[in-house]
Design a protein around this ligand. Structure first.
Ligand code: HEC
Length: 138
């Protein structure tokens, strides 16, 4: 085989392999942040903890409320929330130092982990959601 064609084929194959391995887990940063910031309460499995911490796995809140999830992650909440037919009232602290990009990665991770298949959310949607819940003092 002509060595130029061979090199070309070799590098194309490498490129395709790299692309495939990147697609393997598109939510790496979100997963890392989750393990670090969220798993101690919501658990590695996303199932939460009894009547204290609501589940994220199978949560209709995570499915239906993109801006709500982004806002809770940044600002925390002390509302009463019903998830999977159970009422939760413990407060959750916010994470004011996370960037919009990190919050988008977290939201996309929890929308796709543990069997959740809630669809990809764009950064613009997260930005708009955060803007809408930004306290007047900021
Ligand atoms: C100290 C424990 C704790 C940590 C850490 C924590 N949460 Fe929560 N989270 C809660 C509690 C308690 C609630 C329920 C709040 C309420 O009832 O108002 C909640 C509610 C939620 C909800 C909405 C309800 C649901 O189950 O869908 C989402 C989404 C959420 N948390 C995501 C996260 C993410 C993402 C992180 C990490 C950045 C995180 N939480 C870190 C305790 C925690």
């Amino acid at each position: 085989m002509d060595s130029r064609i061979f090199k070309c084929a070799f590098f194309s194959a490498l490129l395709i392999l790299t692309a495939i391995s990147c697609q393997d887990n598109p939510f790496t940063q979100g997963e890392r942040l989750y393990d670090h910031l969220c798993a101690n309460c919501h658990m590695d499995t996303g199932e939460g903890l009894q009547n204290l911490i609501p589940p994220l796995a199978g949560s209709e809140f995570v499915r239906d409320n993109v801006s709500g999830a982004a806002c809770i992650i940044r600002y925390g909440t002390s509302d009463t929330i019903t998830v999977a037919g159970r009422v939760f009232q413990q407060p959750m602290a916010g994470n004011p130092d996370l960037t919009e990009f990190e919050i988008a990665n977290l939201v996309n991770y929890i929308r796709h982990a543990w069997g959740n298949e809630y669809g990809f959310v764009k950064l613009d949607e997260i930005k708009a959601g955060l803007e809408a819940c930004r306290p007047a003092s900021e």
